[in-house]
Design a binder for this molecule. Structure first.
Ligand code: G1P
Length: 279
């Protein structure tokens, strides 16, 4: 059973400067809730209650968010404002939170490796909080992926079709189709130019990884951008047939940039806030 979910959250959020100068990008609110809270809720809904966060300098607000604020609780006790904290209290009651710091930014693969002491030797999920994923019709994306993991027992990555001109923003895969929404990965390339992309199937920020990935990352040389890429490490597993790519059901918003962030805000306002499901 998978219990742990790792959130790499040490990045600078440069696409959102100056908002992210002194505030973690994971704390940007989508309507009334910070991005990372949506991710933790998605993890808990999938049964992953051990939350591990890789933080960095200037990210202390993340730890404060997942803690009790006695002064605030005291102020609003017995008032109708208590309802605003119901959701976050549920997370505090049902999840555990552990943190480690990434002192140097050497890429997503390196960030995941930094989380190794928090994860140990068991399969785990990874959520990139600035990819906000929703599926109002049914299971959350991580829940869908955990079900697949239980079937295949190997690393699972979430993919979606993107505009072929945009492959240079993503890890891109090629694979053998097992079902119309499931592929056994045969090739993966980090941020290829459109003419070099093996397909238009892009990796989005949800992964389930088997723990052998840590040793593989340790032996993965820097790749695209001089960074240690999880895509390159996963390619090693894929060579042994051990990576499944899954076209998830639902929608994903790229909240690392203004356009996706605004779309996510509109979506959450209509579907959660206005309908009273925002807390
Ligand atoms: C990372 C991964 C990339 C993936 C993307 C999804 O890139 O390296 O393979 O497609 O997340 O959001 P980043 O967006 O951090 O540059």
């Amino acid at each position: 059973m998978i219990k742990k979910c790792l959130f790499p959250a040490a990045g600078y959020g440069t696409r959102f400067l100056p908002a992210t100068k002194a505030m973690p990008k994971e704390m940007l609110p989508v309507v009334n809730k910070p991005l990372i809270q949506y991710g933790v809720e998605e993890a808990l809904d999938a049964g992953l209650s051990e939350i591990s966060i890789v933080t960095g300098r200037g990210k202390r607000a993340l730890e404060d968010h997942f803690d009790i604020s006695y002064e605030l609780e005291n102020q609003i006790k017995g008032t109708d404002k208590e309802k605003y904290l119901v959701g976050i209290r549920r997370l505090l009651d049902e999840c555990s939170f552990s943190y480690t710091r990434q002192t140097e930014m050497k890429g997503l693969g390196h960030a995941i490796l930094t989380g190794r002491p928090l994860i140990g030797d068991e399969p785990f999920a990874v959520v990139l909080a600035d990819d906000l994923c929703v599926n109002p019709e049914g299971d959350g994306v991580l829940t869908q992926m955990v079900k697949l993991y239980n079937q295949f027992r190997c690393s699972i990555i979430a993919i979606q079709e993107v505009d072929p001109q945009e492959t240079n923003k993503y890890g891109v895969i090629a694979g053998d189709m097992i079902r119309d929404d499931i592929f056994r990965v045969t090739n993966m390339v980090e941020k290829p130019a459109p003419e070099d992309a093996p397909s238009n199937l892009a990796i989005i920020g949800r992964y389930i990884l088997t723990p052998d990935i840590f040793d593989i990352i340790q032996n993965t040389p820097p790749g695209k951008g001089g960074e240690i890429q999880i895509t390159d490490a996963l390619m090693q597993q894929a060579q042994n047939g051990c990576v499944i790519a899954y076209k998830f059901k639902g929608q994903r918003f790229d909240c690392g940039g203004a356009e996706g962030y605004i779309d996510a805000t509109n979506f959450c306002f209509e579907n959660y806030y206005k309908t009273g499901k925002a807390y």
